[in-house]
Design a protein around this ligand. Structure first.
Ligand SMILES: Nc1nc2c(ncn2[C@@H]2O[C@H](COP(=O)(O)OP(=O)(O)OP(=O)(O)O)[C@@H](O)[C@H]2O)c(=O)[nH]1
Ligand SMILES: [Zn+2]
Length: 354
């Protein structure tokens, strides 16, 4: 079994759930170590093992296997790594992520954005970036990935219409979703986000370009003691988001930064996404027709009671999801297939040994 120093790795976001999965990894040799992907380039990864950072490549066998289930290695993944005789580090195994935020690219391919995240900070400016409908869709998408949404509205200090927009967001979103208006440049933001930043927690930042994601990272990371571990910024002063990277911040949590996402097509089936629109779902049970599309059919219970804009937004999300649905189902089948192949493989190995 792989040797896991829980306390050391907790500072990188290791949780009991992930450690339990890591313990199941097949260990090719005694020197396999657990590490987390903190940055990914095309075919090279930056890993952190709790002590130091190192560059690694992934075994082609693993790359192929993960490609086949549309789950390429991504930032936030926990992996088993080994060094070869030349000192080159290799990723030999991946721990199946507990959660993964993914989107669907325009060509329909699934694109994971971050693995093993507990909460998503949905960052939106109170300036021209503000759009409550878009926020509603972001929330449905992250919830569909079993990740808790936290709405962070930046530029509270400079947006002229801030108070009205904050009120609009509160009125629109369910009370269960935290909404935090902040000045991303202010130190106070660290304590406002404190509850999501404990050791062992991993956050991902999602939002349009210019929303304030890098500013938040800088504020949260600068407040930390620079242990030199995970990168803070790019050393050139202001951090600009060109690639995704994982940072450690003051209160012990980890934050994954993503480049601006304006279009974020969901990678979840319609039914999972619909869970965020409980009101529409429960009213729909009272529509006269089972397949009511809530577009003016007689006896529709939804149209009369749900805000028109919210309903349009729900419909847009369902349309987007249905376009990607087939592939989501195919993926489940593929995963089952790989599981079966893996089982057969270890069965054969046991028979050989025994
Ligand atoms: N006054 C004020 N300025 C802010 C706030 N948040 C962001 N800004 C400014 O808005 C600009 C854009 O912020 P960034 O942090 O670069 O935005 P980003 O989301 O990282 O953008 P990308 O890297 O393109 O994805 C910067 O000039 C920030 O200083 C805020 O809360 N208050
Ligand atoms: Zn209806």
């Amino acid at each position: 079994m792989i040797d896991i120093e829980f306390e050391t790795l907790q500072a990188l976001g290791l949780t009991q759930a992930i450690a339990a999965r890591a313990a199941q990894l097949s260990v090719p040799g005694p020197d396999m170590r657990l590490a987390r992907i903190t940055e990914s380039q095309r075919d090279c990864f930056t890993l952190h093992d709790g002590r130091s950072e190192l560059l690694a490549r992934a075994l082609p066998r693993l790359v192929q296997q993960l490609q086949a289930i549309a789950e390429p290695l991504t930032i936030g993944d926990w992996v088993g790594m080994q060094a070869d005789a030349h000192g080159q580090a290799w990723i030999v195994e991946r721990v199946q992520p507990v959660t993964q935020i993914a989107r669907r690219a325009n060509d329909g391919r699934r694109q994971p954005l971050a693995s093993n995240v507990d909460a998503a900070l949905l960052v939106m400016g109170l300036d021209a970036d503000f759009n409550a409908r878009r926020m509603e869709r972001y929330i449905a998408m992250v919830r569909a990935c079993d990740v808790a949404p936290v709405v962070v509205l930046t530029k509270r200090d400079i947006a002229p219409d801030a108070a009205r927009r904050i009120a609009e967001m509160y009125a629109r979103l369910p009370a269960t979703v935290p909404v935090l208006p902040v000045n991303a440049l202010s130190r106070e933001t660290c304590s406002e986000l404190g509850p999501w930043l404990h050791a062992g927690q991993t956050l991902v930042l999602l939002g349009s370009s210019g929303a304030g994601k890098s500013t938040l990272i800088n504020t949260l990371a600068d407040a930390g003691q620079s242990t030199g571990a995970v990168r803070k910024g790019d050393g050139r002063g202001r951090h600009t988001t060109t690639a995704r990277s994982l940072h450690r911040c003051a209160h012990g949590g980890c934050i994954i930064d993503t480049p601006g996402l304006r279009t974020f097509r969901p990678d979840a089936d319609a039914r999972t996404l619909a869970a965020s629109f409980e009101d529409v779902q429960s009213l729909a049970q009272h529509c006269r027709f089972r397949d009511c599309r809530h577009e003016g059919e007689p006896g529709c219970a939804v149209l009369a009671h749900v805000d028109g804009d919210r309903l349009d937004n729900y419909k847009k999300l369902m349309r987007d999801a249905q376009r990607g649905e087939l592939t989501a189902l195919e993926r489940i089948e593929l995963r089952a297939k790989w599981k079966a192949i893996g089982k057969a493989g270890s069965q054969r190995a046991r028979e050989k040994k025994g």
